[in-house]
Design a protein around this ligand. Structure first.
Ligand code: HEM
Length: 227
């Protein structure tokens, strides 16, 4: 077995298996632990400026990835007109930078705000770092190896389907530059850790965060305590 097989066949299957098995375990036996364990009450300002750009950026980017995986022909058809290709690539890039700025701030907040540091676990730091690497390598891939929305459909769509249909074709990703391979590998690492970390809250599809009204948290302080 060579490195290529190990990184792009064995590792993806280990990640997918862990993701499915541990997620089922958590949903069945630990349903009340499926949460992002919000730290909004400890610090709100930096959380707002980190979390909102990160979520708005990343949800759109992941939707674009999903479209490339599920309907590659529609994407190629869209990209057949140059202005539409530029529009997609430029908006993807801006959204990527938007998400990157958000995740950098979230990481900074975890490392510098004392209250947040006190409730931060090693797993929080690992998933934040992996998310940072995912977004950074994605944005760099888009900048250095242009028109990814075109070549994704020729390389990653068949590769990902080959993994999902249990007929792995690692030779499709073997010739890619190391940066793009790192993007792929890192995302499988994120998938493996997802059910072990607070990232598991993704499963509760908190899409209403994008449109929900402001949440006002009101506390009660007794008269005695204020004197
Ligand atoms: C195995 C799954 C994935 C594959 C094969 C993949 C592949 C790619 C490719 C080829 C690009 C370049 C797109 C372009 O130039 O238009 C890209 C961009 C990007 N990816 Fe991924 N990706 C995957 C999963 C993820 C995940 C899970 C994240 C986030 C956690 C992510 C975040 C990004 C970002 C932020 C960009 C930059 C978007 C842009 O500038 O257009 N990717 N990805």
């Amino acid at each position: 077995m060579d490195w290529n097989q190990l990184l792009f066949v064995v590792f993806p299957y280990v990640s997918i298996t862990l993701f499915i098995a541990v997620t089922i375990y958590r949903v069945k036996y630990r349903p009340f632990t499926i949460s992002s364990l919000s730290s909004q009450l400890l610090e709100g300002k930096q959380l707002y400026w980190g979390s909102i750009p990160f979520h708005h950026g990343i949800l759109w980017i992941l939707l674009f990835h999903l479209i490339a995986l599920l309907t590659p022909k529609a994407l190629l058809l869209w990209n057949a007109v140059p202005i539409r290709l530029y529009l997609l690539e430029i908006s993807g890039f801006i959204l990527g930078l938007w998400a990157l700025g958000g995740v950098v701030l979230l990481f900074w907040r975890r490392m510098t705000v004392a209250y947040i540091k006190a409730v931060t676990t090693p797993m929080d730091i690992v998933v934040l770092l992996l998310t940072l690497v995912s977004i950074l390598t994605g944005v760099l891939t888009a900048a250095l190896y242009r028109f990814g929305s075109v070549w994704f459909t020729g390389v990653f769509t068949p590769y990902l389907w080959s993994i999902l249909t249990l007929q792995p074709r690692p030779e499709l990703v073997a010739p890619l530059p190391w940066l793009v391979q790192l993007h792929l590998f890192n995302n499988f690492a994120l998938l493996a850790l997802l059910p072990f970390s607070r990232l598991v809250h993704i499963l509760s599809w908190p899409l209403d965060y994008l449109v929900r009204p402001w949440q006002i948290v009101i506390g009660m302080v007794s008269r005695k305590a204020t004197k």
